[in-house]
Design a protein around this ligand. Structure first.
Ligand code: CS2
Length: 488
């Protein structure tokens, strides 16, 4: 039975097997502003900064939620502490102390701006998911995006990541503080470069050309690849965490043991601290990013949409279906691997073997429905870039088309069943789903008309259209048999 709540005061009485911060929290200083302190940030970057704090006390985090107050409400009574459980055959539990304060941006904009202008802050990091950047498929700032429009109009506090960053950097520049490093930790190819471009475009569109020049010269936006499978917090985790800690943790976090952060670009004086905490610093982050997004995330999305169609609920369950596991492995080893270029330190074949083993981890209960969220935002980076390159190179897109079609059928069946779709394009997707009548060519054409998802060259490809039609007909008839057809 647990008594009391996780906090600085109860840290000392936690059972000995609980791993605790290896530094004096009272002596840390905030050097990082993080936007989007969801489960992934708390499982990943916060854990790296927790390791770094033992070496450099000036890298504590100010965690900023852009919308909801739920993280602040859970963590403030716990002095920012929470537990991280690694789900493996032999689980471990660790208390992370890296978050020194939690802010909810709309409720206290000035505190957020003050942090961004603080010369001691030298990193701004973000996990706001693909949709949080407000980009067009070509990678420009989407000036039609509702939030972007509102932020450019500037009548009240910003609402988007880019709006907050530009306003904050404007104050920082005005205060004469030095530049900083902005690190995107989201699953977008070229995430740093995309963030930089959108930030500069925002400043220009806002009539702040001088600020744009300052940002271009003084703010670094390295690309980075982040990886660790992080299932949402569930009741079994809450109960287990309470048992292991002996106190209540209002929001425990779980992930697999595997964790990776690869950063390209110059981290200056902080490089050694990052490397010491296990971060890989490389000149060729693009190769790691592509491999991770296309192999792990591309396979994940395919498993999610096809797996749900076959009646599976979790990744491990989907992987125990021999037809689906064989299909996904062939997709990775043949179709996706063909789009990857070799680079030092990345053995694609071994990486695929490792990813498949991670998917099979029986201790991880990763809901396919969680991965199925935001398909319109994820598919471009996960499958459509691979498809575009395969089309150009004249390679087959038959297996790659299966995940895309399974997403279309997922949308169609969710709309028909009046099941809410979690996606920024949910309204349009529901309309399309309801208009589908089962005729492959007609249904597919409606999806391909989504300009925010399918680049024109992909939407116009006769070769892809044929592959999509075949997959659509096969998957709506009998998905299990359909998969075998792709293996012959
Ligand atoms: C998953 C990712 O939910 C999803 O869409 O594919 O969150 C995945 O688990 C992570 O990128 C792994 O690093």
């Amino acid at each position: 039975m647990s008594s009391g709540r996780l906090s600085d005061a109860t840290l000392a009485v936690l059972p000995p097997q609980v791993i605790r911060p290896a530094y004096d929290r009272g002596r840390t200083e905030i050097g990082v502003v993080h936007f989007g302190p969801g489960a992934f940030h708390r499982a990943h970057q916060a854990c790296y900064f927790d390791a770094m704090l033992a070496r450099d006390a000036s890298l504590a985090i100010s965690a900023v939620s852009l919308r909801s107050d739920t993280v602040r409400a859970a963590l403030v009574p716990q002095d920012g502490l929470y537990s991280l459980t690694e789900r493996e055959a032999e689980p471990t539990i660790r208390v992370i102390g890296a978050i020194a304060e939690v802010l909810t941006a709309p409720a206290g904009p000035d505190a957020v701006f003050a942090r961004l202008a603080d010369p001691r802050v030298r990193f701004v990091t973000a996990t706001v998911t693909e949709k949080g950047y407000g980009l067009t498929p070509a990678g420009d700032l989407d000036l039609d995006h509702m939030g972007v429009r509102a932020d450019l109009a500037g009548r009240c506090a910003p609402s988007t990541l880019i709006g907050w960053l530009v306003e904050g950097l404007g104050r920082r520049h005005a205060a004469g503080a030095p530049g900083l490093t902005a690190l995107s930790c989201d699953n977008l190819s070229g995430n740093g470069q995309r963030w930089r471009r959108a930030t500069l475009q925002f400043a220009e569109a806002h009539g702040q050309a001088e600020l744009a020049r300052w940002i271009a010269g003084e703010v670094g936006f390295p690309d980075s690849m982040v990886d660790s499978i992080t299932p949402a917090t569930d009741e079994p985790l809450r109960a287990q965490a309470a048992l292991r800690l002996g106190v209540t943790d209002a929001w425990p976090i779980q992930r697999e043991r595997f964790v990776q952060w690869v950063i390209g670009g110059d981290l200056g004086v902080d490089a050694a601290t990052f490397a010491n905490a296990g971060v890989t610093l490389t000149g060729d982050v693009a190769a790691f990013e592509r491999a991770k997004l296309r192999l792990l995330n591309g396979a994940h999305s395919t498993l999610a949409y096809v797996g749900l169609r076959l009646g599976h609920e979790t990744v491990a369950e989907a992987m125990s279906d021999p037809d689906l596991a064989a299909f996904v492995e062939a997709l990775m080893r043949h179709d996706i691997a063909a789009s990857l270029t070799p680079t030092a330190g990345l053995d694609v074949g071994a990486y695929i073997t490792q990813v498949l083993a991670r998917f099979r981890n029986p201790a991880i209960v990763h809901q396919l429905s969680q991965i199925a969220w935001d398909g319109s935002q994820k598919l471009p980076y996960r499958l459509l870039e691979t498809i575009t390159e395969a089309l150009t190179a004249g390679r087959s897109v038959a297996r790659l088309a299966v995940g895309v079609v399974a997403w279309m059928l997922f949308v169609r069946d969710s709309a028909r069943g009046a099941v809410a779709i979690t996606d920024p394009l949910a309204d349009r997707l529901t309309e399309i789903g309801l208009a589908c009548d089962g005729d492959p060519a007609r249904d597919i054409a409606m999806f391909l008309g989504l300009r925010g998802v399918f680049p024109p060259a992909v939407a116009a490809s006769a070769c892809l259209a044929a592959a999509l039609r075949d997959a659509y007909a096969a998957l709506q008839a009998d998905p299990a048999t359909a998969l075998r057809k792709y293996m012959s």
